[in-house]
Design a protein around this ligand. Structure first.
Ligand code: FES
Length: 334
């Protein structure tokens, strides 16, 4: 089979006859920005460092002759011809390059739903340009001119052409921004969004079983990462989300996760309750129950999101079970 080598990381991926470079990258878990997937917008451009490709039919405005002469290609239409093609992709460790954050993007609030007694789900659409972000990143939201400080909130959904952003926002005692969002912000309001920020984006090149630990609205970036993996065709290695909630009322999107659990062979969703009795199974805090669920996490890649205490305690627990530091990814909300 033909292969693509990613530079500078040196990672190799296989590509089938007739498959586009973009599709081969995505199937192997490597994301590239893209839009039209038809050679018209130029979003999926990458540099071909060596090897032969067939660029296919693309518009000149998306890939001018001057860029072709420099070795650039539109990966959504390009197919490889030689046995090996080297392309420039991201960084030394194959993590995607981050998009520069933008301030004061105007988003309209189009939906506001209470998903638990303390968490609202906001759905927002941009009236201007679409923010580019990677699954797992966060934005900040506030209204500094009205004395409401900007606070970080992870994006729940995956990048999309509509520029839609979904957030879960927990109401914090004494929290100016979360109280403003819960009590004052209403559908149709224009909100100022800054971002994207953060590096909780996962490394697609790692082929290890994945364990995601989340509490409360920490489920947001985990949901984005998991959905992105599912859109790329599912999980090659087993992936588990273990979610911690106090009571049954604090479970977020349980039906959605039960569906995903049933649909994807390698994916499982479990939850534990720390206060209510859990008729479905797990009971107690994640750091305490983890040793009863796993003997050894040394081969796992672990993602942890939630409050600082939750994250610290989970990091301690997974380290005790053998997960090397470099495979522990955290996002905590102060
Ligand atoms: S995605 Fe638009 S040119 Fe490739």
């Amino acid at each position: 089979m033909k292969k693509i080598i990613l530079k500078p990381s040196g990672k190799e991926i296989e590509i089938e006859e007739g498959q586009t470079i973009l599709s081969a990258l995505e199937v192997s878990g490597y994301a590239l920005p893209n839009n039209c997937r038809a050679g018209a917008c130029g979003e999926c451009k990458a540099k071909i460092c060596s090897g032969e490709i067939d660029q296919g039919f693309v518009l000149d405005m998306a890939l001018p002759q001057s860029e072709r002469a420099e070795g650039m290609a539109l990966t959504c239409m390009a197919k490889v011809q030689s046995d090996v093609v080297e392309i420039e992709y991201a960084t030394e460790n194959a993590l995607p390059k981050l998009f520069p954050p933008v301030e004061n993007l105007r988003y309209m609030l189009t939906e506001k739903i209470n998903v638990t007694p303390s968490i609202v789900k906001l759905r927002m659409r941009t009236l201007g340009s679409v923010m580019k972000f990677w699954p797992g990143q966060h934005i900040t939201l506030g209204d500094e001119s009205a004395g409401i400080p900007n606070r970080p909130y992870s994006i729940v959904n995956t990048p999309n052409l509509d520029g839609e952003i979904i957030l879960y926002i927990t109401k914090k005692d004494g929290g100016k921004t979360s109280t403003w969002i819960h009590e004052k912000v209403k559908i149709g309001d224009m909100l100022k969004v800054n971002g994207p920020y953060g590096t909780f984006i996962g490394d697609p090149s790692i082929e290890r079983p994945v364990l995601c630990l989340a509490a409360g609205s920490g489920l947001a970036p985990i949901q984005s990462l998991a959905t992105a993996a599912m859109l790329r065709g599912g999980f090659k290695q087993p992936a588990t989300i273990l979610f911690s909630a106090r009571t049954n009322e604090d479970l977020i999107d349980l039906g959605h996760y039960k569906f995903l659990d049933a649909k994807f062979r390698n994916f499982s969703f479990k939850y534990t309750l720390t206060k209510d009795q859990n008729e479905d199974g797990l009971q107690g805090r994640i750091p305490e129950i983890l040793p009863s669920l796993y003997n050894d996490l040394s081969e796992f890649s672990v993602y942890i999101a939630g409050s600082p205490d939750f994250v610290d305690n989970c990091v301690g627990a997974v380290k005790k079970l053998g997960t090397p530091e470099e495979f522990i990814n955290t996002e905590s909300y102060v």
